[in-house]
Write a protein that binds this ligand. Structure first.
Ligand code: FMN
Length: 496
């Protein structure tokens, strides 16, 4: 988007030069103003920290001016801190501050109504204690896994190459490499941008991208070869994601560039379908056998599945089948219906699948009930942006938390809600080269690493204040929720 600016600047300079040559008097302040704007625009086009200003020189500043005065104006028009955007204002400003390592304190105390229905809090201890040195690492891999992996408690959730731009994936991967946490590839295959040094979790969706036969089935040899790469630490089999559970996807032919076709193993320029169901299995026994196969082909790496809880009986069947067959996944990723996506039909985004807290507490109870805690780690995802969100999920039984849109905010996402249009103004969810150019990889990768390390620091402080040594010590009894009748209950009472 910088091109129009450079063309316009060139035109202005030519006109000014022509007028000067023709000795036409141009008021000094006009020349001065125009040249000052051009200098500002050139500076904007090459600065690295603001993608909007980089993509929209000069005019991009208006966005930040409005952003700066919005709270003052908004309080006259909007009651709560939700401004109609999926991620509310307080949570996203915390992410922005942490990604820039800015001071993250609230002046004058809380702005929340602590007596409002649904308000949640944890209770501190009178005797805060030390936190284990390795509180932020979790070993994933049960008895059937020969290459267990020490994962961070906070990581990048699955977001496919193609739904995100190349620069965004590169910045996420470099950020994860700097911070020592993993980067889930999403269902679009392993791209060169995923191999910049970070540990990766390879996600296998219904499209089997990257290990796909000509007719869209699963290619064992391709999978074996790629899964044995050193950077691949775990394999995640995707059954569903919260924002559009049970719904397949379609990548329009226009987005299937030479590069994406190569990565996914599909023909260039043709629409690519991700069916709603897997071809390789259609029941609990089939699912577990496929997990066993992926574990063997990958040389014993941890293998798990991602699901947004729908029909509870089906999940229970999978656990019963684990009991019967003895095949146990190494992790289960529970995605909340409030999770993000590049694009989803309204009904699916709003009304299909179980929200995170309900789905997570259900799966965690089954892991307890079937005595599988030593074998299965639980990963939670869905609007998890702050230290409190992580503690809350740990209290419900999660061992690890993944974030999708939190990491996008750290990359500079401004929630323009254009993810589905290829016109993302900050170059995150687009493969339009001129918009993508606005996202400067190295500075944004540092933002991602900062957001992670600052969030981990807050989790450490919260655990210490609660008198807990590590996340697995947090219990449902430690988290409180205000009820509609003004009383409060613990998560143990609410999610029993
Ligand atoms: C742009 C985008 C692309 C995504 N792509 C995938 C995907 O390929 N596979 C998947 O399982 N989930 C995908 N998701 C869902 C996230 O992995 C995650 O489960 C969900 O967004 C969690 O919620 P959060 O964004 O609030 O952290 C995507 C989400 C976004 C925002």
């Amino acid at each position: 988007m910088r091109k129009p600016f450079f063309i316009a600047s060139f035109a202005v300079i030519v006109v000014l030069a022509l007028l000067y040559y023709m000795e036409v008097q141009v008021p000094f302040w006009v020349t001065g103003l125009l040249l000052a704007l051009i200098i500002l625009g050139v500076r904007d086009s090459f600065q690295k920290s603001h993608a909007v200003i980089r993509n929209f020189p000069i005019v991009g500043h208006f966005r930040y001016m409005l952003e700066a005065i919005r709270p003052e104006i908004q309080q006259y028009f909007v009651e709560s801190n939700t401004d109609g955007r999926p991620i509310d204002r307080n949570d996203r400003s915390v992410v922005y501050q942490r990604s820039k390592k800015q001071l993250q304190v609230l002046p004058f105390g809380t702005q929340e109504d602590l007596y409002a229905e649904g308000q949640e809090w944890v209770c501190h201890s009178m005797f805060p204690g030390p936190v284990d040195e390795d509180f932020d690492r979790v070993k994933v891999g049960g008895e059937q896994c020969t290459q267990p992996y020490e994962a961070s408690i906070f990581n990048i959730s699955a977001m496919s190459y193609g739904s995100l731009s190349k620069n965004a994936v590169m910045a996420l991967n470099l950020g994860a490499a700097k911070g020592g946490f993993y980067h889930n590839t999403g269902e679009g295959g392993i791209a060169p941008a995923h191999l910049l040094g970070a540990d990766i979790v390879w996600q296998i969706g219904t499209g089997y991208f990257g290990c796909r036969t000509k007719d869209g089935g699963f290619d064992r040899d391709l999978f074996q070869k790629k899964s044995q790469q050193e950077q691949v630490k775990m394999i995640e089999l995707k059954l569903s994601q919260g924002a559009k559970p049970g719904k397949g996807g379609m990548l329009p032919g226009a987005k299937v560039t030479v590069e994406i076709a190569e990565i996914r193993g599909v023909p260039i320029g043709e629409d690519v379908l991700s069916p709603s169901a897997h071809k390789e299995f259609s029941d609990a026994a089939g699912l577990l056998n496929f997990i066993k196969l992926l574990r063997e082909l990958s040389g014993g790496k941890p293998v798990g599945f991602k699901v947004c809880v729908g029909d509870k009986a089906q999940i229970l069947d999978v656990f019963k089948e684990m009991d019967k067959s003895g095949i146990v996944p190494d992790f289960i990723t529970v995605d909340g219906a409030e999770g993000g996506t590049g694009a989803a039909p309204l009904e699916f985004a709003n009304a299909v699948g179980m929200p995170l807290k309900d789905g997570l507490s259900f799966v965690a109870s089954l892991v307890e009930q079937f005595d599988l805690k030593k074998n299965i780690k639980i990963i939670a995802a869905g609007k998890s942006l702050t230290g409190f969100h992580l503690i809350r999920s740990f209290g419900l039984g999660a061992d690890i938390v993944n974030s999708g849109r939190g990491m996008m905010l750290a990359l500079g996402c401004i929630q323009a809600l254009r993810c589905h249009s290829n016109h993302c103004p900050v170059g995150i969810t687009t493969n339009n080269p001129s918009l993508m150019a606005g996202l400067e990889v190295s500075s944004k990768s540092q933002r991602v690493a900062n957001y992670h390390s600052e969030t981990i620091k807050v989790v450490q402080h919260l655990l210490s204040a609660m008198g807990k040594a590590r996340p697995s010590d947090v219990r449902r009894e430690d988290i409180f929720q205000r009820q509609s009748d003004g009383t409060y209950k613990t998560y143990a009472e609410v999610y029993s």
